[in-house]
Design a protein around this ligand. Structure first.
Ligand code: KG4
Ligand code: ZN
Length: 347
């Protein structure tokens, strides 16, 4: 089955072609314009998607060597995301499908991240625990079988990626903050500063109500207070200090994510932990979670960094699993749902 997948929920315009669940081609066009503004500007994002969607899909089709008349279904993200950006992908997908009389399948963006690890040869084994860490979400999910999953915890305030972006902004490092902090942290001393790690108390056990919730806003505020105390000036910055703050901050985030994911794996007796979303590209997170997983007889799985951030290949992979579970359910009345929750399936 030849499937065209489209992702336009935020600032990446992406198209992919999959054949029976295996990736034939992928094109991702990142909108660099937002770096000038220190964050995604919704109006600019939808306008850019408008310009990019046709050439991006055409390139994905050419690279796949699949003729567009042989595409049998279109999968498209319908939420969560920016309404104006989702509309561009949805409208294109509906028009493409309606013109050919083929089904259009709505996919939840977070389920795209959830199944992104299956784009790799080294796949998680069902049942597994998934840690999804992106700019907008931090979620722990128990995946029992294909397309049967339950949210077991999420962030109460900032997402992990959002914390990276906000701390990078406080330090005057640019946007997006994750990759910059990742790089600087490598040469910093992670013990230089002690930042809070929310909800990590060892005394909280499954019996007395261990929580799989996260919170990162206190950590960000703690960096803010430190910078105030140090009278930090981003224009005349002390590079060693910046590296140490990055390393200490990153260690605090990673410790919380890894420990929570490992405890969830133990609680649900699973042997695979899948880590996905933009923050899953983080070097320290990948190394630390792999080591912690093996300490409990489990294994961590990740998509390659290209598939950690937003892309259409993961939307196609989620569609592949969704079709296996529910059959081909087409919906030409699909609308964008900016706050679509994870459990709202089937669409
Ligand atoms: O999944 P994604 O591309 O978009 C959302 O759906 O949000 O994630 C983007 C987030 C940004 O917050 C970015 O700073 C973060 O992922 N990120 C990283 C790294 N690469 C991207 N965070 C930490 N380390 C990285 N290497
Ligand atoms: Zn995402």
């Amino acid at each position: 089955m030849n499937l065209l997948a489209i992702e336009t929920s935020c600032d990446e315009c992406s198209a992919a072609v999959l054949q029976d669940g295996s990736l034939k081609s992928i094109v991702i066009s990142s909108q660099l314009i937002h770096t000038e503004y220190g964050g995604v500007v919704p109006e600019l994002a939808s306008r850019a998607h408008m310009e990019l969607i046709v050439p991006v899909v055409e390139e994905a089709l050419i690279k796949s060597s699949v003729d567009k008349d042989n595409i049998e279904a279109v999968a498209v993200t319908y939420g969560p995301g920016l309404a104006g950006s989702l509309i561009v992908g949805l409208s294109f997908a509906k028009a493409f499908a309606a013109a050919r009389g083929i089904p259009v399948i709505g996919i939840n963006h977070m389920e795209g991240h959830l199944y992104s690890t299956f784009l790799e040869d080294d796949k998680p084994e069902f049942p597994f625990v998934a840690l999804i860490v992106s700019g907008g979400h931090t979620m722990l999910i128990h995946v029992r079988e294909p397309y049967s999953h339950e949210l077991v915890g999420q962030t109460r305030d900032d997402a992990a990626g959002e914390a990276f972006d906000k701390v990078a902004k406080l330090l005057g490092l640019g946007y997006p903050g994750g990759p910059i902090i990742d790089k600087l942290a490598k040469e910093g001393n992670a013990r230089a500063f002690s930042f809070p790690k929310a909800f990590l108390s060892r005394s909280s056990t499954p019996e007395n109500g261990e929580t799989f919730e996260f919170s990162f806003s206190g950590l960000k505020t703690s960096v803010l207070y430190l910078l105030r105390d140090l009278k930090y000036n981003a224009d005349v910055r002390d590079e060693k200090l910046v590296r140490d703050i990055c390393a200490s901050f990153q260690r605090a985030v990673v410790d919380v994510l890894v420990e929570k994911a490992a405890r969830a794996a133990e609680r649900f007796s699973v042997r695979s932990i899948s880590v996905a979303g933009g923050v899953a590209a983080n070097r320290e997170l990948r190394e630390t979670i792999q080591a912690r997983a093996s300490s409990i007889g489990a294994k961590a799985h990740f998509p390659r960094p290209l598939y950690c951030t937003d892309n259409a290949a993961m939307i196609g992979m989620a569609a592949h699993f969704k079709i296996l579970k529910y059959g081909m359910v087409s919906d030409l009345s699909l609308k964008p749902v900016p706050n679509l929750p994870l459990i709202a399936e089937p669409a």
